[in-house]
Structure formats: structure tokens, C-alpha cells
Design a protein around this ligand. Structure first.
Ligand SMILES: [Zn+2]
Length: 175
């Protein structure tokens, strides 16, 4: 099981900085099924809330959510080619990321989002979510654009983290 966790790419890996390509449905379906299986097992072992494809080295527009964790997701766990419309007031909430292990910081983001995506069967669906579910969507779609949550911290917070982030990029651990 440990080698599944080794699949998770850590800050400093160039794949985390690429903009993921949109997936074609049904053309990419066999690839998607294999990718989702790997991601679901990885997320389960890592006990994370969400995982984006670039975090396992695939620069494509897909992320998954931990199953049955968030009621608002209506049973949806796979989000392909997601499009977000954030709205509402800005809220502060602590975030962490499997690709930035050991670092947790409070970050402001919009409180709600409408997400439109496709499931593994290619069916389009739309959800309107707030709270932790909204935060998850915003965090994961950032991954698909090559953005990590630490990029969104204030310059002062980033400066304070500089040494720990450098250590992670060099393959070290900060916890
Ligand atoms: Zn993340």
C-alpha cells in the first residue's frame, strides 16, 4: 500500500505546474477508468478528501472526491472536465494538500461554487455546493490549472513557509 502513496507527486514536480488537458469522452474512457481506479485507491490509503489527476502524474482535467464523505456531492465522486462558477462571500478555512505534505494554512476563498462536470459514463451533471465541498472543488480545480494552495497565501505567509517549501521541493519532509 505504501507504494501507492509514493505515486503522489510532491511540490517541485513539474507535472503539478502544468495545465491539464481536457479529456475526450468516450475516446478516453479506458484511460479514465484505469486512472480513477488508481486515484481512488491512493486517496483511500492517504485518507485525503480529494485528489486531482496531476497529483498522480497525469496532466488531465479530472479529480475525485472521497466517497460518501460530503452529502452535498449527491454521490458524485468523479469530476471530469469540471467548470466552476464561484460566488458568495469570501470565507477563511484551513487547507492542506497531499502534494504539500505537512503544511496546513488558513486561506480565503469564495464560499460557494456551481460545478458542471461529466462522470465516468460521460453524463453531464451540475452541483451547487458550499462549505467544505466548495472548498474541495476550488482546491482541486486549481490543481488542474497547475496551481497549489500555497500559491494563494499572502506574500508574508509564503515568506514564512519558504524554507519548508524548499525542503519539500528538494525531496525532504517537513513533518
Ligand atoms: Zn491538493
Amino acid at each position: 500500500m505504501q507504494n501507492l502513496l509514493n505515486k503522489v507527486r510532491i511540490i517541485g514536480d513539474p507535472v503539478l505546474r502544468q495545465k491539464g488537458r481536457p479529456l475526450a469522452l468516450p475516446g478516453d474512457t479506458p484511460f479514465i477508468i484505469g486512472l480513477v481506479r488508481t486515484m481512488e485507491r491512493t486517496l483511500e490509503v492517504a485518507e485525503g478528501l480529494g485528489l486531482a489527476a496531476p497529483q498522480v502524474g497525469e496532466s488531465v482535467r479530472l479529480f475525485i472526491a472521497a466517497p460518501n464523505h460530503l452529502d452535498e456531492l449527491n454521490g458524485h465522486v468523479v469530476f471530469i472536465n469540471p467548470e466552476l462558477k464561484p460566488y458568495g462571500e469570501t470565507v477563511k478555512r484551513e487547507e492542506g494538500c497531499l502534494s504539500v505534505p505537512g503544511i496546513y494554512e488558513t486561506l480565503s476563498r469564495p464560499s460557494r461554487v456551481t460545478v458542471k462536470a461529466r462522470d465516468v459514463r460521460g453524463n453531464s451533471f451540475t452541483l451547487d455546493v458550499g462549505g467544505l465541498a466548495a472548498r474541495l472543488m476550488l482546491h482541486e480545480v486549481d490543481h488542474l490549472d497547475g496551481v497549489l494552495f500555497v500559491d494563494r497565501l499572502s506574500p508574508i505567509k509564503r515568506k514564512l513557509l519558504r524554507g519548508r517549501l524548499r525542503k519539500l521541493r528538494q525531496g525532504g519532509r517537513v513533518y
